[in-house]
Ligand binder design. Structure first.
Ligand SMILES: Cc1cc2nc3c(=O)[nH]c(=O)nc-3n(C[C@H](O)[C@H](O)[C@H](O)COP(=O)(O)O)c2cc1C
Length: 213
């Protein structure tokens, strides 16, 4: 039963490019057959609260004496961990907000990046190792190498670190730029590139969903 965990975090329920691309992926995934199942979690519509206890960052055996994890937080974290661990593949909609991650997506990461449970610490725990993670990032402007904004993207790098280096997943990134070309006059002349990138991103999402695993 190949199972996909599909996360979205865009604030925009109707015009979101990342949601359109992740939807193309999830639709193609389902097309592969009834046993290609999906759990969808909308981190904007149903935000995960911020952690309230440092204990939550660690496996129980690694917590400091006296550290107490609130019961409600423990139950929520376990639900999110179970959802992730049940996934054969992970799909993450990750728009660029202020050059970085939506805070809703960061709150999810804070719950599932747990040394000693999902990430190695004193033992080589890496239960998600080798499973695919597809990150779909959308950004209003452009961050091409050689331009003044090269290196300003702090959305994708932390996802590569956490999902890839730490959890051991096989990360693929699908990016679409210039999504503000249709609303910001200074970007209007680049509308053609924006349209091409969006179409290419949807096609790549579909191709990956039909071939992964
Ligand atoms: C809160 C917020 C912050 C944003 N910050 C940036 C930014 O730093 N750089 C950028 O290029 N675009 C920025 N944008 C534009 C979004 O990246 C762009 O609209 C993108 O398409 C959002 O993803 P979505 O289409 O899936 O909603 C921001 C948008 C919002 C709502």
């Amino acid at each position: 039963m190949p199972h996909l965990l599909h996360l979205d975090s865009s604030i925009d329920p109707t015009r979101s490019r990342s949601r359109a691309i992740t939807a193309a992926f999830a639709d193609a995934w389902r097309e592969r057959g009834e046993d290609f199942t999906v759990t969808a979690r909308d981190l904007h519509a149903r935000p995960v609260p911020h952690l309230t206890s440092a204990a939550s960052h660690w496996a129980p055996r690694l917590r400091q004496p006296g550290d107490v994890q609130p019961a409600e937080e423990s139950a929520r974290q376990q639900e999110l961990l179970d959802e992730l661990l049940a996934a054969d593949a992970l799909l993450v909609g990750a728009p660029m907000y202020n050059y970085s991650l939506p805070s809703t997506l960061k709150a999810w990461i804070d719950h599932i990046h747990v040394p000693g449970v999902t990430a190695p610490f004193d033992t080589p725990d890496q239960p998600m190792a080798g499973r695919p993670a597809v990150v779909v990032t959308s950004r209003g402007a452009v961050y091409d190498p050689g331009t003044a904004t090269e290196g300003w993207d702090h959305t994708v790098p932390p996802l590569r670190l956490i999902l890839g280096a730490s959890l051991g997943m096989e990360v693929t990134v699908i990016a679409t730029n210039l999504t503000l070309a249709d609303t910001v006059p200074a970007l209007a002349e680049q509308q053609g590139r924006a349209d091409e990138e969006l179409a290419a991103a949807k096609a790549e999402a579909r191709r990956l969903a039909l071939t992964l695993l």
